[in-house]
Design a protein around this ligand. Structure first.
Ligand code: GDP
Ligand code: MG
Length: 599
């Protein structure tokens, strides 16, 4: 391969501006896929991804493009995940590119992720090529959007291709723009090997398939390789290029090329995103910059509704982890829920995706406990403990200082909604940093906000209060001291471990009251009166009462209809199976889940 004929690029965009649709069109145009095999949104190939309209795992494809200059170019399109939870993966994918196509919706103009992704691309010194999409829409105003791109981002945009990815209009202009303006990769094919891992995937037959970009040197079939961060060593069994519908083995990949290799690797943990692959014979002295081990930010307990399915849950988590180095889990047990796992996730979306996959792909019904961030507690004896589970919260008497994680938050919105946004940030203990007009109809607000306040319902509330116009981006920043308390929930005087939570003192009271109300509303009456209480330390801070039951379940039947009676009894039996004993109180699993549901 001739380096000067290679172009490595990503497509970046705000969600729904047309990134996936444009990828499909580029693949089609390059005839990489026969029309009959073309499945819409090829790169987003998990069902769940398609349903949610997001890209969960980064992927790459090689396209052969016959350009107007008569030359054939090797275009490597590296797809990036489209959610803040996966920002690190995005950064590694961008590090594998020289250019980025910035797709902007001709009707919507610039939105928060447009900017956030542009900043990321600029950090990696990429050549950014704006493309104005959806010109077929009646509300499209390409001139206004081009001006926005120039005024807000400062990119030359007058000659940006105006396209309709949906209708396939002007796709050639995008390809020509890439070939002409994105620089070819550099790197010496004879230097010691340095290849950047930007994704990996577990395959039951071949083991882990590592996706990489060669930055320096050459990766050859049969050579010994070493992962510089994990230290693991392998022999390359197969290497090659990634095509839209499969793989194309080859003998070697030189500096600048993008591809895959397999080496009977059992675990994606040994091939983490961001790691550097080098040769065992002539190793590189230094790894590529920017490696960071995957770090969970949100934790929750996951249990099966049916306790006997615990081994199946373990099996499901192990299988998912084969493909997801950022998912962590360890066994935990709860008096209320039995045996389960404490699981760590990159963020709430990641958590929801994993839960949904376990339920769908492994056919298990789950109960999950309230999500928690990691708190940093300094004890009076000087030791520091990290707490992601209320169960492990130290005795307040032994706590010297408690800290919680804060995130840097950026919100972009039309100015009309600032009056709605500011109070909702204040309610969430956010500290206002600054506000900037990006142009006359777009402001950007910066806040420092506890991560705990973001993970619950911040995003949904923000969307609701701004008619969907505002967008959000955040990244973990630092730990700051906080007045934290652990709240215990008591039923009939017995603590229910699965319901306790850690919160800022100001937030603990309303949340405790709300949980008490929900418990009261969802717990069926028992033979005796059941007090529902919330407590901090020994002090009760909220209380409700579930009144005692008065009537027998059969009393309504007046002895007449025997089939109806039978049905009722069966229903009751059915219900029994799904009852959970919380101390002396029995409650249906469904009621328990209703209480744990966030609102
Ligand atoms: P992504 O989130 O950036 O990957 O966006 P998608 O490619 O999934 O597109 C989001 C929505 O916009 C889908 O319903 C597409 O059909 C639609 N869309 C994409 N390109 C165009 C276009 O050029 N014109 C119109 N009218 N709709 C488009
Ligand atoms: Mg998409």
């Amino acid at each position: 391969t001739d380096q000067s004929k290679i172009r490595n690029f990503s497509i970046i965009a705000h969600i729904d501006h047309g990134k996936s649709t444009l990828s499909d069109r580029l693949i089609e145009k390059c005839d990489a896929v026969e029309a009959r095999e073309m499945e819409s949104q090829l790169l987003d190939n998990m069902d769940l991804e398609r349903e949610r309209g997001i890209t969960i795992k980064a992927r790459a494809v090689k396209l052969n493009y016959a350009a107007a200059d008569g030359q054939i170019y090797e275009l490597n399109l590296i797809d990036t995940p489209g959610h803040v939870d996966f920002n690190y993966e995005v950064s590694r994918s961008l590090a594998a590119c020289e250019g980025a196509v910035l797709v902007v919706d001709a009707a919507q103009g610039i939105e928060a992720q447009t900017l956030a992704n542009t900043y990321l691309a600029l950090e990696h010194d990429l050549e950014i090529r704006p493309v104005i999409n959806k010109i077929d829409l009646p509300a499209a105003d390409p001139q206004r959007v081009k001006k926005e791109v120039e005024d807000i981002i400062g990119l030359e945009a007058q000659d940006a291709p105006e396209i309709s990815a949906k209708l396939g209009v002007n796709i050639d202009a995008v390809l020509e723009d890439i070939v002409t303006h994105v620089p070819p990769p550099k790197g010496d094919p004879a230097a010691p090997l340095k290849a950047l891992v930007f994704d990996s995937q577990y395959d039951a037959y071949r083991g882990v398939i590592v996706y990489f970009r060669v930055m320096e040197g050459t990766l050859r079939m049969g050579m010994g390789v070493k992962m510089m961060a994990s230290g693991a060593k392998y022999e390359v069994l197969e290497c090659g290029h990634l095509l839209p519908l499969g793989m194309e083995p080859c003998k070697e990949l030189i500096a600048g090329e993008v591809g895959y290799f397999t080496a009977s690797i059992k675990n994606v943990k040994d091939t983490q995103v961001g790691d550097t692959v080098t040769g065992t014979e002539n190793p590189a002295a230094q790894p590529l910059p920017g490696y960071r081990p995957a770090k969970a930010m949100v934790y929750c307990g996951i249990y099966t509704e049916d306790g006997s399915e615990y081994p199946d849950l373990r099996d499901a988590l192990e299988k998912l982890q084969l493909n997801d180095a950022s998912l962590s889990f360890e066994p935990e047990s709860s008096a209320a829920l039995g045996f389960g796992f404490r699981c760590g996730f990159l963020g709430m979306l990641h958590m929801e995706i994993i839960q949904e996959r376990i339920e769908r792909e492994f056919d298990l019904d789950l109960i999950t406990t309230l999500p928690s961030v990691i708190y940093e507690i300094t004890k009076t004896d000087g030791t520091v403990v990290l707490v992601d589970n209320p169960h492990n919260y130290p005795d307040p008497a032994l706590i010297l200082e408690a800290k919680e994680p804060y995130a840097k938050v950026s919100i972009i919105s039309p100015p009309d909604y600032v009056g709605n946004i500011m109070p909702m940030c204040q309610e969430r203990r956010a500290e206002f940093k600054d506000m900037q007009y990006l142009d006359t109809n777009l402001v950007e607000l910066h806040y420092s906000m506890p991560l705990n306040e973001i993970i619950y319902d911040f995003f949904d509330t923000l969307k609701a209060r701004t008619k969907g116009y505002a967008s959000l981006d955040y990244e973990l920043d630092k730990y700051l001291p906080s007045d934290l308390v652990k709240v215990d929930m008591l039923l009939n005087g017995d603590g229910v471990d699965a319901l306790s939570f850690i919160a800022h003192r100001d937030k603990a009271y309303p949340r405790a009251r709300r949980l008490c109300e929900k418990l009261k509303d969802n717990i069926p009456r028992q033979l005796f009166e059941v007090p529902v209480q919330a407590a901090i330390g020994g002090k009760i801070i909220a209380r409700e009462t579930v009144k005692a039951m008065r009537k027998d379940v059969l009393a309504k039947c007046y002895g007449g209809d025997i089939t109806r009676k039978k049905k009722l009894l069966e229903k009751q039996k059915e219900g029994k199976k799904k009852m959970r004993s919380l101390g002396s109180v029995q409650i249906p699993t469904e009621a328990f889940m209703a209480v744990l549901k966030l609102d």
